[in-house]
Design a binder for this molecule. Structure first.
Ligand code: UD1
Ligand code: UDP
Length: 369
């Protein structure tokens, strides 16, 4: 079976990397890797770490790209690759513009699509935007669905997907995480080796969502600045996303403070081990909500809703919203109330056992026969 994996952004790459490696190891499978490079530098960091050499690199990223630009460039680029390769199946991941557009290109070429990380739903098409719609549309296109959790399976069945083509596999992010977490890890980024994880409470922050650009992001950063100023034992590490719109607001609120570290995006190894050593995590990211429960780290989610209710049920994640006061209050509770902190830092892992890739490969073999 000739399998083409298709991805383009950092989180897709992190979650597809262990799958690409597993396909490459399987003697009965042929692996073709096509990257859109919807992200350039942040994708390359992951390709380098996992030693993946793409067969095709569409190199589509432009600074400040619009959704229509990404979608059309991916559609045209993937069409050419599919004409040449004619794989038996195209595997896409999650909910980015690369995901939807890649799936659509495969459908136009009448090539079946497998959807990895299928069935996540926030039930609000504008949050996360455009990801919720990308998920819904990719589900309609896909012929086989790899869902991480029981809840994700249920969402698909409720939408009328045939249960026989839905497989519960766990999330491949746990496979990736297990490869990089190390108790004795020494950071590649020297800056992190000089941070006092013992005596200071380190907050790791990420923020980038399109629907948070504007007032929500102003609220988020201003709440965090106020928290750092109010608590002398707090220190913030923020590897800033490369989106210029994010970096501009971040600098406006968070520059010029000796306990705030605005740094460049970290390698996945560095970031995962930073999560493992941090006191708590503040984020609007999706993947981090899956990693943190496995590491027993409380997460303050900087969004109005989450498509990952399992992490909330597990008790590690609190959805704080996008209002300044709410973010301040929910985070401060974790700083001053040790019983609350302890409750939220019980390690739980609702997202899998690190064998999701093997289950996906088994399902593909089963589906083909
Ligand atoms: C994209 C995905 C989002 C995912 C996120 C992960 C869509 C619509 N959005 O959002 O679902 O959660 O990636 O980070 O698919 N940039 C660089 N270098 C990079 C990466 C980004 O310079 O390596 C800059 C570019 O100016 C680019 C901008 O960031 O135009 C935004 O990138 P884009 O992929 O359009 O959106 P994200 O917000 O990253
Ligand atoms: N991450 C990383 N380096 C960083 C920040 C995050 O490798 O500096 C990883 C993080 O561990 C997680 C993924 O990137 O696996 C999340 O990606 P992102 O926030 O870009 O996207 P989302 O998860 O929101 O789609």
């Amino acid at each position: 079976m000739k399998i083409m994996t298709l991805f383009g952004t950092r989180p897709e790459a992190i979650k597809m990397a262990p799958l690409v490696k597993a396909i490459e190891r399987a003697s009965d499978l042929q692996s073709i890797v096509c990257v859109t490079a919807q992200h350039r530098e942040m994708l390359d960091q992951v390709l380098e770490l996992f030693e993946i050499k793409p067969d095709y690199d569409l190199n589509i990223m432009k600074s400040g790209q619009s959704l229509s630009e990404i979608t059309s460039r991916v559609l045209l680029g993937v069409e050419e690759v599919l004409k040449k390769e004619r794989p038996d199946i195209v595997l896409v991941h999650g909910d980015t513009s690369t995901t939807l557009s890649g799936a659509l290109a495969a459908f136009y070429a009448q090539i079946p699509v497998g959807h990895v990380e299928a069935g996540l739903r926030s039930f609000n098409i504008y949050s996360p935007y455009p990801e919720e719609m990308n998920r819904l549309l990719t589900t309609r296109i896909a012929s086989i669905h790899f869902a991480a959790t029981e809840g994700n399976v249920d969402n698909l069945i409720k939408e009328g997907i045939n249960p026989q083509v839905v497989y519960k596999t766990g999330n491949t992010v746990i496979d990736a995480l297990m490869e990089v977490i190390d108790e004795n890890y020494i950071f590649q980024n020297e800056y992190l080796n000089n941070i006092d994880f013992e005596n200071h409470k380190i907050i790791a922050l990420t923020a980038h969502r399109r629907e948070n650009l504007g007032m929500p992001m102003e609220n988020i950063f201003s709440a965090i600045r106020a928290l750092i100023e109010a608590h002398e034992d707090l220190e913030l590490v923020f590897p800033m996303h490369l989106n210029p719109a994010v970096r501009q607001v971040a600098r406006k609120h968070l520059d010029q403070h000796n306990r705030i570290h605005l740094i460049e995006p970290l390698s996945y190894e560095d970031f995962a081990n930073l999560e493992a050593r941090a006191y708590l995590i503040m984020t609007d990211s999706g993947g981090i909500q899956e990693e943190a429960p496995a590491l027993g780290k409380p997460v303050v989610v900087l969004r109005t809703e989450t498509e990952r209710p399992e992490a909330v049920d597990a008790g590690t994640v609190v959805v704080a919203g996008i209002e300044r006061e709410d973010i301040y209050r929910e985070t401060e509770k974790l700083i001053v109330n040790s019983a609350h902190y302890k409750r939220m830092s019980e390690a739980m892992n609702p997202y899998g056992d690190g064998h999701a890739c093997q289950r996906i490969i088994d399902a593909l073999r089963n589906w083909k026969n």
